[in-house]
Ligand binder design. Structure first.
Ligand code: ADP
Ligand code: MG
Length: 314
């Protein structure tokens, strides 16, 4: 099959349909209307076999994760994901793989409200790169730099489930379903993020590990943070499998939302969380800047020495 019929068969008409799409797959570029009063938010994430996923992961699950990790970034900016382009690098033409990947991508893209409007297809080691474009109200993007001393630090969901699943799989142990789903089919709280964008002062999606990601916010905002170990949200499945706290603090791959909120908006974000049935935990406070960006306090009130750097590819 030629590259062009492959694109036609597996990469056309995927995902949601947006009125603002003038030209999608099929021309040299996509043409998209950007409504007045909005700005484009753009983010890209690449998944490489052996680095970001194991070789035996089902293609439909890969497709879900590829979309989820990208819409998570747009959500953390307070935006709504709308379009995506896909750079697909394939070692061979495996039609059953492509068929499953394509239908998984279609389903996940519809689920997250994203339309596939273009891409690139090449041969090489299996690599999936998705660029997502979203819209945010002009001037209202939620940045890492807005945290202020006195703000509360919050996080959605539970942490460490994905990292625990990966560590179990590497030991040839089958993880509980909830843990495996956290790893293979993350559910970033995008609706919650969108509805809290005007309430939060800063946000980041937790992809590299909570403490490392909070440190990015603290650095960008020129503040420090005090986090209480006793507030870190663990799932029942995580506790039942005796997951190490370190997996929740620096494991990564959580795709939950960590954010800061001024005291006057604190009640309101809990109201939104309740409406959307989202677990929400206040895990600490923003303080004036001092030598440590993020300090972790144990149950005895003493600072826990951590050398949690998060996942770093280099
Ligand atoms: P060009 O050579 O002009 O860059 P291509 O031949 O690479 O164009 O692609 C033809 C059309 O198919 C373009 O609209 C491109 O965006 C789209 N396309 C190519 N690969 C993919 C893909 N993996 N997913 C979605 N669209 C794709
Ligand atoms: Mg061209």
């Amino acid at each position: 099959m030629s590259e062009f019929s492959l694109i036609d068969q597996y990469c056309r008409n995927l995902g949601f349909k947006h009125d603002e799409t003038r030209i999608g797959v099929g021309d040299d570029g996509a043409v998209l209307d950007i409504p007045n009063g909005t700005q484009l938010v753009v983010s890209v994430d690449t998944m490489v076999e052996g680095v970001h996923f194991l070789a035996n992961v089902a293609p439909a699950k890969l497709a879900h994760k590829l979309i989820a990790v990208n819409v998570s970034d747009i959500g953390a900016m307070g935006g709504k994901a709308k379009w995506a382009t896909l750079a697909l690098t394939l070692p061979e033409q495996n039609h059953s793989w492509l068929k499953d990947f394509s239908s998984g991508l279609d389903a996940a893209a519809k689920y997250f409200g994203v339309e596939l409007v273009g891409g690139d297809t090449t041969r090489g080691p299996l690599t999936l790169s998705l660029q997502v474009m979203g819209l945010v109200e002009a001037g209202k993007a939620l940045l890492r730099s807005g945290a202020r001393s006195g703000d509360a630090v919050l996080v959605t969901g539970s942490l460490g489930d994905a990292a625990l699943a990966l560590s179990l799989l590497k030991q040839n142990i089958i993880p509980a379903e909830k843990l495996l789903n956290a790893l293979e089919q993350p559910q970033p709280p995008i609706e919650f993020a969108y509805r809290c964008a005007h309430l939060a002062s800063a946000a980041i999606d937790v992809s590299d590990g909570l403490l490392a990601d909070l440190a990015h916010v603290a650095m960008a905002s020129q503040v420090s943070m005090a986090i209480g170990m006793k507030f870190i949200p663990f799932s029942e499945e995580f506790l039942a499998a005796a997951g190490k706290p370190d997996l929740a603090l620096s494991g990564g791959d959580d795709y939950q939302l960590a954010f800061t909120v001024s005291p006057e908006n604190l009640d309101e974000v809990f109201v939104v969380a309740k409406q959307l049935n989202i677990r929400l935990s206040q895990i600490g406070k923003v303080t004036n800047k001092h030598s440590e960006l993020v300090s972790l306090f144990g149950n005895d009130g003493k600072i826990i020495d951590q050398d949690a750097e998060g996942y770093d590819h280099f």
